[in-house]
Ligand binder design. Structure first.
Ligand SMILES: O=C1O[C@H]([C@@H](O)CO)C(O)=C1O
Length: 551
């Protein structure tokens, strides 16, 4: 096989606030070179991506995370403020450089405060090395990219201040759902600064040639919403999830949680003389937002590509049909020719109870009763430089909770929690199981879906259940034969999700709920592994907390 020489893909980005009208309503958005979403990064497996980021936000820091890229050998380039780097100050320039070692569909987004919600996001598409072992086990004639998002009219400052307030001011359901950065606010005539004819909110059109097969790469960067995606009249064959090939299965509706990516194949085999909707709908929370829409149009058909389809946009499945979404999670397993078997057993199991809690009068989220706070001095620097260990809590967070007798269907008997910026230290090379246990929230009969995202790794998804996880029973039902590798996974209402990974990537890695407001409210942890093996840190990641002054 001919091995192509790895290339370096350079990007020059300037981050700034701009007036944008993604759903026809004008709002300040954080943009990359004036755009939201930012440019799609396209590379081939093995390439080095170099992004020079100039922060022109005037009064706001920034950091950018390359979601799904494992950062082997470059843990300082993960872009996680407080974990791997100091934020990039206004006026400063920071260069991210990393290798994209796996093909697949990924994304990037801000990882500082709630900045992701302000518009700083985009796609990363990595092609498989031609003729290599990771070449796709499927064929297609063309490709389309679909970036799904939810969108609010309130600024992220106002949202964050509300979440930090007592009593809580919840962000609420989004005003619009966006496809490739475009949506359509329903009450445009009633809203100020709304222009239904603004080009920035023109409905996206996806064109197909009759008879051809297309790969749709679908990524969700939503701040809150779990989405259901469909292409009217066209079945989708799921072939990739989070950069890993899936044993193909056919769906009419694809559930996609924030931080997940999928590739689906569709055949353009319907009547070419009309258009079809692409639609995203909120599931798992009671929807308060109309469908996000785009148009699928056939080349050579009699319908103008801009014409709305003759039907109403699909409304998606029942938002509270948990069993249906659970089944899709279970159906997502590794492609038979691309199974990477997990280690047969774990060296350590961490059982994490996800609860909504009260600290003073503030609403928080906690794991085993501990609500996460980010340290001001990034862990990676604090653990590599001498004399900085006093910058975070040295007590390790709890490995488990009192699960015997805990009723996951009842409101927490004790809503109190503590806060900590302590982290879990993993033995380098060890095999770690994490079981995420969902539970009832502070209000009765309420449990939500949480998409958990791990930095620096892909993990095997070993199993899902509904109800309380029993460590003496449920591991026997784990899928050790063909589990999918992912970087983001759903924990269903009242359910549990078990995953396994090898702690073999030297660095410090965040692991958190990918709902922007939930991480802000403490729903996360951090892992350290092999930090002694990390090469000397680039000085440009420092400049905050006790890293200042060139220790
Ligand atoms: O964290 C959350 O807070 C609200 C609600 O529980 C309180 O208003 C909600 O739906 C969340 O997911």
């Amino acid at each position: 096989a001919v091995v192509a020489r790895a290339a370096t893909r350079h990007q020059e980005w300037e981050i700034s606030y701009q007036f944008k009208s993604p759903d026809c309503v004008r709002k300040l958005a954080v943009t990359i070179n004036g755009e939201t979403p930012g440019p799609t990064i396209r590379a081939t497996q093995g390439d080095t991506v170099v992004v020079r980021v100039k922060n022109s936000l005037l009064t706001e820091n920034v950091a950018i995370h390359w979601h799904g890229i494992r950062q082997r050998g470059t843990p300082w380039a993960d872009g996680t403020e407080g974990v791997t780097q100091c934020p990039i100050l206004p006026g400063d320039t920071f260069t991210y450089a990393f290798v994209v070692d796996r093909p697949g569909t990924y994304m990037y987004h801000a990882h500082y405060g709630m900045q992701r919600s302000a518009g700083l996001n985009g796609l990363i598409v990595v092609a498989a090395a031609p003729g290599g072992p990771d070449a796709e086990p499927f064929r297609y004639d063309g490709e389309h990219d679909v970036l799904l998002n939810d969108w609010w009219h309130k600024s992220t400052y106002e949202q964050a201040a509300g979440l930090a307030s007592a009593p809580l001011v919840w962000v609420g359901e989004p005003q619009s759902l966006l496809i490739n950065g475009r949506g359509r606010f329903v009450n445009c005539s009633a809203a100020g600064a709304c222009d239904a004819a603004h080009p920035e909110c023109a409905t996206p059109v996806f064109a197909v040639v009759p008879g051809r097969t297309y790969r749709f790469r679908i990524a969700s960067v939503t701040s809150l919403s779990a989405l259901n995606f469909e292409i009217e009249g066209h079945e989708m064959t799921v072939v990739e999830a989070d950069g890993h090939y899936v044993k193909p299965f056919v769906v009419k509706n694809l559930n996609i949680y924030s931080g997940e990516t999928y590739s689906v194949l569709i055949k353009a085999d319907q009547d070419p003389n009309r258009n079809y909707w692409l639609a995203s709908n909120v599931v798992s929370r009671e929807p308060g937002t109309p469908a996000g829409t785009a148009v699928l149009s056939y080349y050579g058909g009699r319908s103008s590509p801009r014409r709305s389809p003759p039907t109403a946009p699909p409304a998606g499945p029942a938002w509270n049909d948990t069993a249906y979404r659970f089944r899709q999670s279970v159906a997502t397993v590794a492609h038979p020719a691309h199974v990477e078997p997990p280690p047969p057993r774990a060296d350590r199991t961490i059982l994490l109870l996800n609860t909504q809690n009260k600290i003073d009068a503030h609403i928080k989220w906690a794991l085993n009763g501990v609500s996460f706070t980010l340290p001001h001095t990034p862990y990676l620097v604090a653990m590599k430089r001498p004399g900085l260990l006093d910058t975070f809590d040295q007590r390790p967070p709890p490995e488990t909770y009192a699960h015997r007798g805990y009723d996951v269907y009842a409101v927490p008997p004790n809503p109190n929690a503590t806060t900590s910026d302590g982290l879990y230290r993993l033995r380098f090379g060890s095999v770690v199981d994490v079981v995420l246990q969902n539970a009832n929230m502070l209000a009765p009969n309420k449990s939500e879906t949480h998409p958990w995202h791990l930095h620096g790794h892909d993990f095997w998804v070993l199993g899902y259940g509904i109800g309380r996880f029993d460590p003496a029973v449920h591991p026997a039902s784990y899928n050790l034969r063909d589990p999918i590798l992912k970087n983001t996974v759903a924990v269903h209402p009242y359910g549990w999700t078990a995953l396994r990974f090898r702690a073999d990537n030297p660095g410090v890695w965040a692991f958190h709920c990918h709902i922007e407001s939930h991480f802000f409210m403490g729903m996360g942890i951090a892992f350290e592994e092999g930090v002694d093996r990390v090469a000397p840190l680039p000085p440009q990641i420092m400049g905050c907390g006790k890293t200042r002054g060139g220790h």
